[in-house]
Unconditional design. Structure first.
Length: 135
């Protein structure tokens, strides 16, 4: 092959292949029937509609949803969302649960997701699957 004099004096470096562009990792979504919890986005949808939750309500929902099927005492729930030990007689968790039920349940008086276990605490119904969602 014919080369000009400039190429012989200053050879061109070999080109490196362009780095591969990776698609973003799918974002985890917890699904419980019509309830979808978008973990990273900290958003909740019920039957496709965005539900407004306070930061505390979202934290409480995540604690329960990640432990679906397990009964958690009021004390365990309060410790998990506050990050510090709480008084076992503190019933404020009941208020938080009531407001969370009002936001996510079809019928808060007959909840399907957040179930009361008398004398023990609360259990998030274990009917979920984790699925990646793009976007």
């Amino acid at each position: 092959m014919w080369r000009n004099k400039e190429e012989e004096i200053h050879p061109q470096p070999a080109r490196e292949p362009a780095p591969a562009v990776e698609a973003p990792a799918p974002r985890p979504v917890l699904r419980f029937g019509g309830l979808e919890i978008h973990c990273e986005a900290r958003s909740v949808h019920v039957d496709g509609k965005l539900v407004a939750l306070t930061s505390r309500q979202f934290d409480l929902l995540m604690v329960m949803a990640k432990r679906a099927g397990r009964v958690l005492s009021r004390e365990q729930l309060m410790d998990a969302i506050s990050g510090e030990p709480t008084d076992a007689t503190d019933r404020s968790i009941d208020v938080h649960i009531g407001r969370l039920r009002a936001a996510i349940e079809d019928d808060p008086k007959r909840p399907r997701h957040i179930v009361t276990v008398r004398g023990t605490g609360y259990c998030f119904a274990q009917t979920s699957r984790t699925a990646p969602v793009d976007g």
